[in-house]
Write a protein that binds this ligand. Structure first.
Ligand code: NAI
Ligand code: MG
Length: 332
């Protein structure tokens, strides 16, 4: 039996870049079965729910999900979907490519971001008219699970060079959040030591200065949830644009892949969105399902097109989404 892949285009340019990514997946002779499902602003307008239970269940039962973007309802869609696939780590590579005008062309890093707790665990309260609080949750099991994934990731040679040799950097703020980030840091470093993986640490504020100054000092970076969100967006700024960045939400026997960008309302419907982030997300999906050779071919084809063109408007070209996708398919 083949792998079942749920495809959620969502809103805006999700409807343009996800079909491009599916075309790329279909270029291979793999036993993949695609099931379309709805979510997002338009779905909410039509059904009253941004994420219908049917879509949640499809994603929960599938082998993998490919998601585009949702508009105003993004948080109502993506947070439950990450839960549906049981994701405990958000993998966010930020790599500069030849041919793309990047602020820091030597950047090649991968963030492994804790994906379930920290300050994103949803425990916010309004205690009085002028006082609100947030509870930050850090558990040993979630921290260790992330660290175990990070060890496997670097041992498999999936991380870029930089940082400790064949290891990773953990970014935290344990000097101030001694209990929560202290636990996070201690657990992550303990797992690295148990596994015989080199790990070093950075305070996340200092790291936010050092990364743009010297990106090639870093490779794989392990972070708590909010830090990973912010720092990976910072890295996105170093490599030349949102249209390039893929991501993966990995669970134990399920996963969800999505471009980092949103619905791009300013260009939606014009057929000019850059499909690269969605196509590279599809490459991450292929690798996750065990099709590493095909994933490598997709990455090579995309790199060739970024270097030689055609390019979409965000990269200074005037090609359409379809022309860029066709160029990738030609190279495949
Ligand atoms: P955005 O990523 O949609 O757009 C930011 C800028 O980058 C725009 O100028 C856009 O044209 C450009 N851009 C993004 N992706 C592009 C691509 N593939 N090709 C060419 N240009 C591209 O972020 P923004 O404007 O902050 O949010 C727009 C909507 O998307 C909001 O409603 C927001 O809630 C939603 N959103 C959804 C996300 C998700 O579903 N995961 C993530 C981020 C935003
Ligand atoms: Mg973000």
């Amino acid at each position: 039996m083949g792998d079942e892949i749920v495809v959620i285009e969502g809103d805006g340019i999700g409807r343009e870049v996800i079909p491009a990514a599916v075309d790329v997946l279909e270029a291979f002779d793999l036993d993949l079965e695609f099931v379309a499902a709805d979510a997002g602003d338009a779905t909410k307008e039509a059904t009253g729910e941004a994420l219908p239970a049917e879509t949640y269940d499809l994603a929960a039962d599938a082998d993998a999900t490919l998601f585009g973007a949702a508009g105003e309802t993004a948080a109502d869609v993506i947070l439950p979907l990450r839960d549906a696939v049981g994701s405990f780590v958000n993998v966010r590579p930020a790599k500069a490519y030849p041919g793309v005008d990047a602020l820091r062309p030597e950047t090649d890093v991968v963030f492994l971001r804790e994906n379930t707790e920290g300050v994103y665990s949803g425990h916010e309260s309004r205690l009085s008219e002028d006082l609100s609080t947030l509870t930050r949750v850090v558990t040993s099991p979630a921290s260790r699970e992330l660290a175990e994934y990070a060890c496997e990731f670097v041992e498999d040679g999936r991380g870029p060079a930089g940082g400790p040799e064949d290891g990773f950097t953990v970014a935290h703020k344990a000097n101030v959040m001694r209990e929560t980030d202290g636990r996070f840091r201690d657990e992550v470093l303990a797992v690295a030591e148990e596994q015989g993986v080199d790990a070093d640490e950075e305070l996340m504020d200092a790291f936010a200065t050092k990364l743009p100054l010297n990106p090639n000092q870093y490779g794989v970076i392990v972070c708590p949830n909010l830090a990973g969100d912010v720092l990976s967006d910072l890295a996105a700024g170093l490599v030349g644009g949102l249209g390039l960045l893929p991501s993966a939400n990995i669970g134990h026997d399920n996963a969800l892949f999505e471009p980092v960008h949103g619905t791009a309302p300013d260009i939606a419907g014009e057929g000019v969105a850059n499909p690269t982030a969605a196509i590279l997300s599809a490459a991450m999906l292929l690798a996750h399902l065990g099709h590493e050779a095909e994933a490598e071919r997709v990455r090579d084809a995309v790199e060739g097109v970024l270097s030689d063109g055609p390019r979409t408007g965000d990269l200074g070209g005037d090609a359409t989404t379809g022309e860029v996708t066709d160029a990738v398919l030609d190279r495949l």
